[in-house]
Design a binder for this molecule. Sequence first.
Ligand code: 6PG
Length: 469
Amino acid sequence: MHTENTYEFGLVGLGVMGRNFILNVAENGFSAQGYDLMPEKAEALREEGVSIGKIAATSDLNEFVSSLSRPRKIMLLVPAGKIVDQVIEDLLPKLEEGDLLIDGGNSHFQDTDRREAYLKSKGIFFIGAGVSGGAEGARKGPSIMPGGAAEVYPHIQPIFEAVAAKYQGAPCVAYLGPGSAGNYVKMVHNGIEYGLMQLTVECYQLLAALGGLTNTALSEVFGRWNQGRLESFLIEISSVIFSQKDALETGDLIDKILDKAKQKGTGKWTSQNGMDLGIPVPTIDTAVSMRAMSALKTDRETADKMYEKPRRTLVEAAELESACEPAMYFAFVMTYAQGLHQLAEASREYGYGLNLATISEIWRAGCIIRARVLDDIATAYREQPELPHLLLSGAFVHTISACVPAARIVLQHAIGNGIPMPALAASLSYFDAFTTGRLPMNLIQAQRDYFGSHTYQRTDRDGIFHTEW
Ligand code: 6PG
């Protein structure tokens, strides 16, 4: 069969994400060719694609490249890191000037900047596009966060808009900015994801340990929350998870899962870059630290036997549930606020020109951090595009103020009973600090000047001062 210049879209990497994404593309009417080094993966796609049509797959790179219409649009969905560079090197000699490569993986934004500059020198356009939504999202509609070569974005725009998740009819994809803007936004998306997940698990432990909630009851509570302002993908799936029976033993699956949470690094990158930018994202930092804490399983088990726990005072389940709901809502908003604050600063620092309203909008469906509250957040940024911080939007003052007392109560229960809720605590302290006009950092300045003559400024007059203490 003659296939030269036939296919509108090419995809490299036919793992679960790649296979699902290309099936989604074909189902939306675009002809697509998949490539994977492993013939069995190409074969699997061919089989799965039969009923859709418009789809082909090969493990022959020459055949793959020559089958694509020009300028070629080739998306890579391969593990982040060296493999992306390797695939680029393999493709480069076969590409022609004006072709477009799209990296859909969780690449570090600095790698994207490097690759874009490199490919530009070879006449190849590059788009770094964050793709969120896991395997199901890739198949049924992910949230897509593209950035990079603006001049060629229109080449891929119709495909992305067709395959993306829809929020009230609007596709959850938008060109976000030059260079690594797309990968940067996806990185912060994942940082927020870490924060929300950690908050969810803290509530789970409190409700189970102090409220005595069974998994069935937890499933119901999370299910109820998902009907209200906490409606979100992570709350929704948690409700389902609590009700999952174990297939291997009697009982609930959740109780059999080892409490060591793995990580691939995107949350850590968010924290690291938050530090570089000087933007506090303590809920995200804490979530990353708790994954590291979870890995210390053996030491935790030893220490568990060495130290006494406070005697626990049980709290009525209904009381705990009604305190946790506003506390969670509050902390969710704090997490989004921190991530968006980091995005605002990164936009200035890296010249991304990010539109925070658009970003909040394309996170409303398809992605892991989708949540009802993002619609309110998007509205706040639509109304005040230059808003320096979400907490400075009048839109949230009333709701957040009303939730804060519950967050304090939940933490009192947690601290008094020796239950760790560090992400909730970080969220509340973040709020308390951000809403405090005068922090005690005057003493830090005095100490720095005392031991290192680092100087300080005064509140009552201009200038730089030093004291011989
Ligand atoms: C998404 C997810 C996805 C991936 C995470 C997992 O948006 O679809 O964020 O990209 O599942 O990167 O991250 P960890 O393995 O670090 O938890």
